[in-house]
Design a protein around this ligand. Sequence first.
Ligand SMILES: Cc1cc2nc3c(=O)[nH]c(=O)nc-3n(C[C@H](O)[C@H](O)[C@H](O)COP(=O)(O)O)c2cc1C
Length: 189
Amino acid sequence: MQKINILAIVGSLRKDSYNRQLALAAKEIIGDRADFSLLEYEDVPPLNQDIEFPAPEPVKRVRNAVKSADGIWFFTPEYNHFFPGVLKNLLDWLSRPISSSEPQVLAGKPAAISGVTPGMFGTALAQNHLVTLISFLNMKVMNAPRLTVPFASQQVDEQGKLVLRDSYPYLEKQASAFLDFVRRHMQEK
Ligand SMILES: Cc1cc2nc3c(=O)[nH]c(=O)nc-3n(C[C@H](O)[C@H](O)[C@H](O)COP(=O)(O)O)c2cc1C
């Protein structure tokens, strides 16, 4: 059977991002059950319709990565009770049709959402906004389980690295659930 290809999209560009660390923990948990890669998109420019066609090279690259993924797993921080602008910008680019004959690449893709924050709500508010957007874009959202990790600073080691003392089992459950969700979707196609 074909190996599942999961693409992680992290809503933070920060080098030591907790959400990037959460994505890497998910990669470790998934192990050889699927191919799992993180989308690098720092070079995607702010969307400006004056430069939309032909698409800038970084946009072509992220579109191809999404197109070849079987499932997209978002790891989002919360900025002002919303998901970060860099993620909105990326999704705006991905929401656009490639040409008059090629539709946008997100439609129909299974999606999972997780997020970690030093705050107490664990990115729940940001996640709800993200669900609204990606549902509008016709992604197939796995609404349960979603993972919210609050109080990140209480789950770090002496070097400040995220160790997920309490949340690791929930991440394991979400990883297995998402692989099943993606697999079911692939069978239905
Ligand atoms: C502009 C801005 C707004 C923020 N707003 C929130 C917020 O609404 N809720 C929250 O829990 N944390 C908020 N934070 C703190 C972030 O959760 C924290 O910086 C987190 O580490 C960012 O995720 P990262 O570690 O993956 O980069 C905000 C941070 C920034 C820079």
